[in-house]
Write a protein that binds this ligand. Sequence first.
Ligand code: ATP
Ligand code: MG
Length: 158
Amino acid sequence: ITVDLLKVVERAFDRLRTVAAKRSIHLELKNAPRVNVWADPDMLLQVFLNLLSNAIHYSSDGSQVTVTWDVLIDRVKVHVRDNGVGIPAESLNRVFERFYRVHKDRSRASGGTGLGLAIVKHIITALGGEVGVDSVEGEGSDFWFTLSRLNANMPRVL
Ligand code: ATP
Ligand code: MG
């Protein structure tokens, strides 16, 4: 079914607002035009909850987490950006693996299992999209994913 992307993000923000506020982290929505995407609303909510809770967890108090997206002809590319600890280059291609954790001490302290991003990848792949991350250690991370704007039954001729 088609889902209003903005509504899903607002639900995710509502769920995480208290956690973020405790650490004075500002959740921001920027450059986010109204658009419908092909997804299951609950699965998409799970994607945002996993990415946003990571962004909050791996950032320092008082920083900012930004959700933004670009509407392309046939798909939408969504970014969840933070100014947190970042990920070393040699780990970038492994963070979506099950049980892989870069920041082991932090993760253990909060009971992280290393499954959040594997679930994100699983869901987005099932919806026909792609996931990835750009990050600079010590500067922050940009987790992105794409979703189709088309009904799954429509031919993709563009
Ligand atoms: P959980 O299963 O509770 O989500 P987790 O957060 O450790 O545990 P993932 O969400 O899969 O597991 O993330 C895997 C690893 O990738 C994390 O342990 C962390 O080292 C790194 N990571 C994920 N998101 C970020 C981020 N926004 N900034 C820096 N590192 C991150
Ligand atoms: Mg996580």
